[in-house]
Ligand binder design. Structure first.
Ligand code: HEC
Length: 119
């Protein structure tokens, strides 16, 4: 009788372990930050324009026509939304500052989606 209970517990523990194995995110997924993953947001053009005005036009021009930084008014033509999200988050060596400490990932995602539509 006791044996039966023991194997019952053992079986239960194994099932639990298997379920956890498949439902918990893998270590690699958690540690991955080489390429930041973009949160899903619904695009809000007014908010994107406000963020651009506050943080970006000083270098990219008030019409995004370019200045100290390259023009962004057609950036969607050669960069996808993930690429734009990554550049804004991490910056680029040629003078583009990283915005991960100034803007939330959601704000950056919103601006990235707004810019990706400019082709
Ligand atoms: C201090 C000046 C400065 C500010 C502020 C700035 N940028 Fe930039 N940005 C640059 C420069 C310079 C580059 C070019 C960097 C390079 O290619 O190495 C650049 C590049 C980029 C690119 C890549 C463009 C391409 O065609 O490759 C994007 C997208 C971009 N910036 C978006 C933004 C956004 C969005 C903001 C505001 C949140 C912003 N930038 C604020 C200077 C700036």
């Amino acid at each position: 009788m006791q044996k039966w209970i023991m194997s019952g517990i053992f079986f239960f523990a194994c099932t639990l372990a298997l379920v956890l194995l498949f439902t918990l995110p893998g270590k690699e997924e958690v540690a991955e930050d080489a390429k930041p993953t973009m949160p899903e947001v619904t695009m809000d053009a007014a908010a994107a324009e406000a963020t651009l005005k506050a943080s970006c036009i000083s270098c990219h021009g008030d019409q995004l026509q370019g200045g100290a930084g390259p023009a962004l008014n057609q950036v969607g033509g050669h960069m996808d939304v993930d690429g734009i999200f990554s550049v804004i988050t991490k910056g680029r060596s040629g003078g583009m500052p990283a915005f991960k400490d100034q803007l939330s990932p959601e704000e950056i995602a919103n601006v990235a989606m707004f810019l990706a539509e400019k082709k």
